[in-house]
Design a protein around this ligand. Structure first.
Ligand SMILES: Cc1ncc(COP(=O)(O)O)c(C=O)c1O
Length: 395
């Protein structure tokens, strides 16, 4: 006998839950791709997409996952042999750097910790040594989905700006876009990268890159421009077909229109705020469960903890057993630890289409699994989480 029968709940850090109304709008056969509604709708998306990255720059789309969007960013702005500085803060910046190496770029890693955000002073020091301006691009991740750190992109942007260093500042917002406050122009970011399957609440399949004027200028002389990803056709399309270098991802286009409508209805700042409160509830629960040798939040500095994902170190508690109980006995899927963390861990994804019953249900199920394992926990995390949510309800 198992209690798992009912609506399954997925709490991994992407792909996230796709809302019913998005699924419904995607569930359609393909219309004419040469004229009519789809064409107007797609050009409308290109116009509107900059608003969610808070930029007046250009948005580009590709039929791809996040890796494809990484590739698009690199190939359109750099040339073989260019030096790229990768600011490590967990798995994903490093993997982006490895992709840059395979793209014939000369990659230097500024190593970081799995438990702390990138130190802007370290960046400033390294850039001040680069008097010949050999570094052509700086790559970092806003929220690293493995460690759940949220880097201070504004401070990093300021460090680059203060030195007047000309390197392009590229930020991976694949896990953070729409979940966390992000201000591409204000924070001096030249390139932003995202994908459809996390804060944008869609199935995987659409990659996005936003480019400001500096990035568009770099594109003109970029030696790595390659066919499918090249922005050339996408910049001045004679036809919608060219926005995707071929047949458009029709169902994703309809899905994205619905997602942007949902964002407009709720308001981007309200969405950031909802994520702040719901993730605060997660952190309150974990901090209440915390015990020596037991659970602990991976990220040490409170202000650097992501609102999209929480990595929980498990000490002497077996994370695999915990995840298995949640999944097989209760229908809750938690995220596996990835990225070579120093200790056993699991991850709670809290990005996108989520509300208090979903978060409280997730946390209560984790607590029930911990109780069933007779794991050492400090107290009733659900009470603490409910209090965070209660404080956000109107008086
Ligand atoms: C922060 C971050 N960057 C990049 C990626 C890679 O994206 P994809 O798996 O869609 O290629 C992920 C995937 O989880 C991610 O979380």
């Amino acid at each position: 006998m198992s209690l798992r029968y009912g609506q399954p709940m997925i709490a991994i850090p992407g792909p996230s839950i796709t809302p019913e109304r998005v699924l419904r709008t995607m569930h359609r056969s393909s219309p004419d791709i040469y004229e009519g509604e789809l064409v107007d709708l797609t050009f409308g998306l290109v116009e509107e997409l900059p608003s969610i990255a808070r930029t007046s720059g250009r948005a580009f789309m590709a039929i791809s996952n996040g890796h494809g969007a990484w590739q698009m960013a690199l190939c359109n702005t750099l040339s073989a042999g260019d030096k790229v500085l990768v600011l490590e803060s967990g798995l994903f910046a490093t993997v982006w750097g490895q992709m840059a190496e395979r793209t014939q770029l000369n990659v230097e890693y500024l190593s970081g910790s799995n438990r702390l955000p990138i130190d802007p002073n370290m960046l400033e020091k390294r850039l001040s040594e680069d008097t010949a301006h050999e570094i052509k691009a700086i790559l970092c991740v806003h929220t690293d989905t493995a460690t759940s750190v949220r880097n201070d992109i504004a401070a990093l942007g300021r460090a680059i700006k203060n030195l007047d260093h000309p390197a392009l500042f590229m930020v991976d917002c694949i896990a953070s876009l729409v979940c966390e406050q992000y201000e591409m122009d204000q924070w001096e970011v030249d390139i932003t990268v995202a994908a459809s399957q996390k804060g944008l609440m869609m199935p995987p399949g659409l990659g996005f890159v936003w480019a400001n004027d500096r990035a568009l200028e770099a594109h003109k002389s970029a030696g790595l421009r390659i066919g499918y990803f090249d922005w050339d056709q996408r910049l001045n399309p004679d036809h919608m077909y060219q926005l995707f270098s071929g047949t458009p991802p029709i169902q994703h286009i309809y899905g994205l229109r619905e997602v942007l409508d949902m964002i407009n209805e709720e308001g981007l700042e309200n969405i950031w705020n909802r994520h702040q409160i719901l993730s605060g509830a997660v952190r309150a629960a974990v901090e209440t469960w915390q015990q020596p040798d037991g659970l602990e939040l991976n990220i040490i500095e409170p202000q650097a903890r992501s609102n999209a994902v929480t990595t929980v170190l498990t000490g002497t508690i077996d994370s695999e057993q915990l995840r298995n109980i949640c999944s097989s006995e209760a229908g809750l899927t938690l995220g596996l630890a990835v990225g070579g963390l120093e200790a056993d861990a699991f991850r709670i994804g809290h990005m996108g289409h989520l509300n208090p019953p979903m978060i409280l249900g997730t946390l209560a199920t984790i607590e029930a699994a911990l109780l069933s394992m007779k794991a050492p926990i400090g107290g009733n995390g659900i009470g603490a989480a409910a209090e965070v949510i209660a404080n956000a309800f109107p008086d």
